[in-house]
Design a protein around this ligand. Structure first.
Ligand code: PMP
Length: 461
């Protein structure tokens, strides 16, 4: 067996990757036929690959590298903690300083009385925790029949069986026996794609009121919680109409059901606020966090609970936990990451300076003939590709074809943008500078031009 390194020829790495490494959310034989791009190093907002390309990471990895790559402080925090205490659990009436300190810090940062932290290793795990938490909460309150959790079609809450069922991705449900029982779905507040002739405001109210209808259909006495991302991420960065969240808040308050805000993407500055719930003006009982919590430098997630839910669940033994709940190294790195976000004023800069600049530049993409709308909040945005702006028409080709072509052009132009169907997404590191934003927009425009030409050539528009 040869020892592999970043100096190993690309083709050799690709061949071994194809032989032994199975990629998430990937059609393996299609990828293996062409070979994966091998990323070797990263600094700031820039990735290097094994062919010597320098690529602008418009996705912050997977929406997570909020403070950018190459942060020595995080390396040091990990090394220090590994030397001192590389692992210990918090199951058996034990605790340790990193878990305690991070929980204290999260309680300070999280809005309202979200003061109690249950750790997980990822966003999916944290949402599995939430599913069991909300049902346990109601059982402890003497209402064990309150089991239903309402979610939304095209929501993404993770890939475990629990979190995948909480999510509303039909392509995921179709594989492996999902969803599990007890989850119901309402439609998403996606005005551009589904709003028809209604104004965004009318449509936002209409979609929010589906929650009320679903609660009444299931019986309010049977509904435990509603879960949603403040701004859908993997569903295509769908920023709801302004009328949506206030109406959802009214409904959960009126029927006394718990609100779970999945902040896995929207947390830690992504929207220009510490949490998307603050951007949307909502008051969740539980928040799911991961990704930006450690800027992706360590795998960690958490559920942050309000006083009431924590107190009620605390009246029983909650038979749940992960080996890596409160992993000391992950906690130490997360704590240092939060210090960086705060001390460098990164969240404020996104809100006041680089976010507005990116918004102005990003929205200028609507001048491109292929772009129907461009919407962005903080540093998460998306554009809709369309053959006809006026009618907001989808492409006649299979959904995702135009998006895939555009993403390939971006990749070729050394820009990472993701496509969800025919929406193109950005979510760059929050430290992106204005000059890098200019580069991002230039490369996006060039890629759109090339995709436009190709779509025309192939008779797809
Ligand atoms: N919730 C949301 C909103 C997400 O975007 C994601 C990941 N993209 C998850 C949960 C799952 O997190 P993880 O991949 O860390 O399990």
């Amino acid at each position: 067996m040869t020892t592999l390194s970043t100096n190993t020829p690309t083709a050799e790495l690709q061949a071994i990757d194809a032989a032994h490494h199975m990629h998430p959310f990937t059609h393996a034989s299609q990828l293996n036929a062409k070979g994966a791009r091998i990323i070797t190093r990263a600094e700031g907002v820039w990735l290097n690959d094994s062919d010597g390309n320098r690529i602008l990471d418009g996705m912050a990895g997977l929406w997570c590298v909020n403070v950018g790559y190459g942060r020595e402080e995080l390396v040091d925090a990990a090394a220090r903690q590994m030397r001192e205490l590389p692992f210990y659990n918090t199951f058996f009436q034990t605790s340790h300083v990193p878990a305690i300190a991070l929980a204290q810090r999260l309680a300070e940062l999280a809005p309202g009385d979200l003061n109690h932290v249950f750790y997980a290793g990822s966003g999916s795990e944290a949402n599995d925790t939430n599913l069991r938490l909300v049902r346990t909460y109601w059982a402890e309150k003497g209402q064990p029949q309150k089991q239903w959790v309402i979610s939304r079609w095209n929501a993404y809450h993770g890939s475990t069986v629990g979190a995948g069922s909480l999510g509303g991705m039909k392509g995921m449900h179709a594989q492996g026996g999902m969803p599990i029982p007890g989850i119901a779905y309402i439609d998403q507040p996606y005005w551009w794609g589904e709003g028809g002739d209604k104004t965004p405001e009318e449509f936002g109210l209409e979609r929010a009121r589906q929650l009320e209808a679903k609660i009444l259909e299931l019986g309010p006495e049977n509904v435990a919680a509603f879960i949603a991302e403040p701004v859908q991420g993997a569903g295509g960065v769908i920023i709801p109409p302004e009328t949506y969240w206030p109406e959802i808040q009214r409904i959960v308050d009126q029927y006394g059901i718990l609100l779970i805000a999945d902040e896995v993407i929207s947390g830690f500055g992504r929207t220009g606020h510490w949490f998307g719930s603050q951007a949307m003006g909502i008051k969740p009982h539980i928040m799911t966090v991961a990704k930006g919590l450690s800027s992706g430098y360590q795998p960690i997630g958490a559920s942050i609970l309000c006083d009431e839910v924590a107190e009620v669940v605390g009246n029983c033994e909650f038979n749940h936990g992960y080996t890596y709940s409160g992993h000391p190294v992950a906690c130490a790195v997360a704590l240092e990451n939060l210090r960086i976000l705060e001390d460098e004023g990164i969240v404020d800069r996104v809100r006041d300076e680089t976010g507005p600049y990116l918004k102005e530049r990003f929205e200028s993409l609507t001048d491109h003939p292929l772009v129907g709308e461009a919407r962005i909040i903080g540093m998460m945005g998306s554009i809709a590709l369309t053959p006809d702006k006026a009618s907001r028409a989808p492409f006649a080709a299979e959904a995702g074809t135009a998006g895939y072509i555009t993403r390939e052009r971006c990749f070729n132009n050394n820009l990472i943008m993701r496509h969800v169907g025919d929406r193109m997404i950005i979510s760059p590191p929050l430290v992106i500078a204005k000059s890098e934003i200019d580069t991002l927009i230039e490369r996006a425009w060039k890629s759109l031009d090339e995709a436009h030409a190709k779509l025309k050539d192939e008779g797809l528009m």
